[in-house]
Design a binder for this molecule. Structure first.
Ligand code: ADP
Length: 473
């Protein structure tokens, strides 16, 4: 068996792992750093606004002197772990918490442009070339008498943000690895619940395909795969059963054909080589004729059974008078009945009783049942044929007081080629196919046939047929 399914699943598993890794190492870091920068900037902006409104405003209103403001901002910068600056709109540095106060030395930030943040309150860069690395710089204007006197700018090193981002990312990577390992559980489930049962099913299918229909296998699960396995097992057992039946059937047919052919051949050879003298020829030719009749009957029965099987439900249903058919079928047995002084008593519902069925096939059913009833009846006895109507159905009963059927045989008489030991003496021409044909025909009509029989007392066969619509109430 090709192991492609398993390989495909493992491949899918690794593709999943690789994609998860790519996503976590590309999108997640940029999103995390963006989030951290924004959060830091928001926090610093609140501080910058506060400084602009209090210490710096006081400075420009000349309420406090530069030194006091510097002291206060130094400690705040230390607390915020950042650099706080007050810058004039022209770019001149008024105060820098990283540098000690020196009024003499004038420091100007080249290209200082407070509008460079383009609508935002912060920017991430080297602050107009003033730093040798990237910084988050937050702006807040200092206004005095509605005029912008300067800006409070707080700088925070991006290095710091990068470090906290890295420690957060490490957590994400560890989580990813744990998730990847945990998803191995899916692989184990897949192996146990899908792959192994599927292998068993495939192996079993290979066995069936190679003709080993008796191969049995077990998949113990209540899910769809378990159901599939059970169905496959059942299908194989049914095919195996059908195969056995077929073998039995062919064996029976061959046996039933061989015995009359052997005796015909034996008699004819004996006549040709003179073992049977010419004056005895008539007697043995009659026996040969009887045997050929038996072969014809057997062939006809086999053909009927075959047609019933292949045509299935294809019945030529018409409305016909069953009472009339019963009378004509019974009449065809007049000669045989006379020989055994058997009387067929007809207890019919009246002149006419219409049913909807395949007339020819029902005729065959009646023929087979009456033929059996006569065959297995004693001399000087009565066979009762009765029709009745119950619950919009018509019932036909064929009852004899013959040899009866042993209790153990009752279920077997419907099987093909079945002949009870009791009947063998009485009926040498029987094929054992009559009742299987009867049952097949009645079942094709969607109806049932039953038998009530007591050994040594007699048998009664009853079957039902649908009444034609005119007969129904
Ligand atoms: P066959 O052509 O040999 O009669 P059937 O299928 O018609 O084959 O019958 C099968 C067996 O059922 C017979 O061999 C006989 O043992 C039993 N059987 C059928 N009908 C009767 C009956 N009316 N009385 C006693 N036995 C019967």
């Amino acid at each position: 068996m090709k192991k492609t399914l398993y390989l495909k699943f493992i491949l899918a598993y690794f593709i999943f792992g690789v994609f998860s890794f790519i996503i976590v190492t590309t999108f997640v870091p940029s999103m995390t750093i963006e989030h951290l920068v924004r959060e830091k900037a928001e926090h610093l902006y609140v501080e910058a606004v506060r400084i602009a409104d209090t210490y710096a405003a006081g400075l420009y209103a000349s309420e406090t002197d530069l030194e006091t403001v510097k002291d206060q901002l130094d400690s705040l910068a230390f607390y915020l772990d950042s650099t706080i600056r007050i810058i004039n709109p022209s770019g001149r540095l008024v105060l820098d918490t990283d540098v000690s106060l020196n009024v003499e030395e004038e420091v100007t930030i080249e290209n200082f442009d407070p509008t460079a943040t383009s609508g935002s309150y912060y920017m991430v860069n080297d602050f107009f070339g003033n730093f040798d690395r990237d910084m988050i710089s937050v702006f807040s204007p200092i206004t005095y008498r509605y005029v912008v006197k300067g800006y409070v700018v707080i700088h925070c090193d991006m290095q710091e943000i990068q470090e906290s981002c890295n420690s957060l990312l490490n957590i994400s990577y560890i989580t990813l690895v744990i998730l990847f390992l945990l998803s191995l559980i899916i692989l184990i489930f897949f192996t146990e619940m899908v792959y192994i049962p599927l292998r068993k099913i495939t192996y079993a299918t290979e066995q069936y395909a190679s003709g080993n229909m008796h191969y049995e296998f077990q998949v113990e699960s209540d899910d769809e795969i378990g159901y599939l396995a059970a169905c496959l097992n059942y299908m194989a057992s049914q095919i195996a059963g059908a195969e056995d039946d077929q073998k039995k059937f062919v064996a029976n047919v061959s046996h039933d054909f061989r015995s009359p052919l052997t005796s015909v051949r034996g008699y004819l050879e004996a006549m040709i080589d003179g073992t049977i003298p010419p004056e005895m020829h008539d007697k043995y030719l009659n026996i040969v004729l009887n045997e050929t009749e038996r072969l014809t009957k057997l062939t006809n029965s086999l053909l009927s059974l075959n047609n019933l099987n292949t045509k299935g439900m294809l019945l030529d249903r018409t409305d016909f008078n069953i009472n009339q058919i019963l009378r004509t079928t019974a009449a065809s047995f007049e000669g045989t009945c006379r020989k055994k002084t058997i009387v067929i008593e007809m207890i019919l519902t009246g002149e006419e009783l219409y049913v909807t069925a395949d007339m020819e096939k029902i005729q065959q059913v009646l023929y087979n049942l009456l033929d059996n009833a006569i065959k297995f009846s004693h001399h000087d006895s009565v066979i009762k044929v009765e029709t009745s109507v119950k619950n919009n159905k018509m019932f036909v009963s064929v009852k004899d007081s013959g040899i009866g059927i042993p209790k153990d045989d009752l279920k077997l008489i419907w099987d093909r080629f079945y002949k009870s030991d009791l009947s063998r003496g009485k009926d040498k021409k029987g094929t054992g196919l009559g009742l299987s044909i009867v049952k097949e025909i009645i079942n094709c009509h969607g109806e049932n046939i039953n038998v009530i029989s007591t050994e040594g007392v007699g048998s009664e066969f009853i079957f039902s047929l649908p009444l034609s619509e005119d007969e129904e109430d």
